[in-house]
Ligand binder design. Structure first.
Ligand code: COA
Length: 153
């Protein structure tokens, strides 16, 4: 019987050199993706930007801001071909841990009401919807609201 080699998953700090791969994923998973500049600004600002690597392939990432006892999850994405395998859950848990270590008592995020996958993920982790921002996001036909979710850490 031959053993199947285990693939190595690593969560590492996102570097400027990763941004081409990050933006390539971003463009495939969002209708209105962040730009390279948005990610470069987040890295330079010292936000918690992490990349998930499966061997050499970058397959997901998150951007988390922690300040003044609050954390904001600004981006969480898994490449389409790697979704539904628990990676989003793993990254969300990592982000929650970093937020806690940084002294945050609450974790906030915004999500499109049409993004049922993300809403299901957040609901599973105990996030509660606390507000609606009207017309927050650009959308194909005008604007779309944002649901604001929060989790007590
Ligand atoms: C949201 C996202 C990060 C989830 O990542 P993922 O790796 O697929 O998530 P997981 O495999 O950990 O799924 C965990 C749970 O979330 C829910 N979920 C995830 N994808 C779902 C889908 N397409 N439909 C319904 N529920 C879904 C399920 O409850 C799932 O558990 P299950 O697989 O046991 O049913 C991923 O779909 C993604 O990157 N989407 C595009 C970017 C995005 O919208 N990010 C969030 C912005 S707020």
């Amino acid at each position: 019987m031959s053993a199947v080699p285990k693939q190595v998953l690593q969560l590492v700090p996102m570097r400027e050199a990763d941004l081409a791969q990050v933006v390539a994923i971003e463009r495939t998973v969002y209708s209105h993706p962040w730009t390279r500049g948005n990610f470069a600004d987040a890295v330079r600002a010292g936000y918690h930007c992490r990349a998930l690597r499966l061997e050499r392939e970058l397959i997901g990432y998150f951007v988390l801001m922690v300040a003044a006892g609050e954390a904001h999850l600004l981006n969480l994405s898994i490449a389409a071909a790697h979704q539904r395998r628990g990676h989003g859950t793993a990254l969300l848990r990592q982000a929650m841990g970093i937020a806690r270590e940084g002294g945050a008592r609450s974790l906030f995020l915004e999500v499109r009401p049409s993004n049922l996958a993300a809403i299901a993920l957040y609901a599973r982790h105990g996030f509660c919807r606390i507000a609606v921002r009207r017309g927050y996001y650009p959308a194909q036909n005008g604007r779309e609201d944002a649901f604001v979710y929060s989790l007590e850490l």
